[in-house]
Design a protein around this ligand. Structure first.
Ligand code: ATP
Ligand code: MG
Length: 216
């Protein structure tokens, strides 16, 4: 999996967030995107997903090796993920997998397993409307993982979680990457970033990696 961001410029009214940004995310890895509030983390995920269109430049998602453009639906975990509130946690966790065309029984089994790993095994039959914010957040993580997309975009996936739930979410996302996903995680949390395979900071419209930052 390769996500190529090529010469991308993106502005919001009154402000340029990215200026001729070129960067390639590649492989199966967990990658933390860091930066202060308003620096453009969610915007970058939106550009990668195709939900936002750059004013100039382009974003390409390629299958590994062949450099071919590949139709791909990324799995999303939003800062506040929309869920079907009158359906159960399990139904919600299955939806993205079903929409991706996977077998219903396989989707159900994977969703159950994901919910279990995220500490929601007992709550799988509970309606989402009765779940806490942190529990809903984990249902959204289960939904993204169950879809088995090769690109997972996670926007603050641990924001409303206690340390134990936070650890479970990161373990689940790392497991998804071990199974073949490239997972981009926008986060404010240094602990989360430390668990990732790679870390980048948004600074002055560019992505700056660990080493470059250390060298100043
Ligand atoms: N549609 C829009 N119209 C105007 N401004 C926007 C729009 N979308 C984003 N912005 C601005 O762009 C900047 C970057 O927003 P973004 O949501 O990407 O930041 P972020 O790094 O994800 O912040 P946070 O950590 O708070 O989630 C912010 O200043 C935001 O107000
Ligand atoms: Mg954001």
């Amino acid at each position: 999996m390769r996500v190529e961001v090529h010469d991308v410029t993106y502005s919001v009214p009154g402000r340029q967030l990215f200026s001729r940004l070129t960067h390639t995310f590649a492989g199966t890895a967990t990658v933390a995107i860091m930066g202060p509030s308003g620096s453009g983390k969610s915007t970058l995920l939106g550009l990668v997903s195709g939900q936002l269109t750059p004013q100039s430049g382009l974003v390409r998602i390629c299958a590994d090796g062949d450099g071919q453009l590949k139709p791909l639906i990324p799995a999303w975990i939003f800062q506040s993920s929309p869920l079907l509130s009158q359906r159960t946690a399990l139904d919600n966790a299955m939806t993205a997998s079903l929409m991706a065309g996977h077998d219903p029984e396989e989707s159900r089994l994977r969703a159950r397993e994901a919910l279990h790993c995220l500490g929601l095994g007992e709550l799988r039959v509970a309606r989402v409307s009765g779940l806490s914010g942190g529990e809903r957040q984990r249902v959204a993580v289960a939904r993204a993982i169950t879809a088995r997309s090769s690109l997972i975009l996670a926007d603050e996936p641990t924001a409303s979680l206690d340390p134990d739930a936070r650890r479970k979410v990161i373990e689940a996302l790392k497991h998804a990457s071990e199974l073949g996903a490239l997972t981009l995680i926008a986060t404010h949390d240094p602990w989360v970033a430390q668990q990732c395979d790679d870390r980048f900071w948004i600074e002055e419209g560019q992505l700056v990696g660990d080493e470059k930052r250390r060298l100043g």
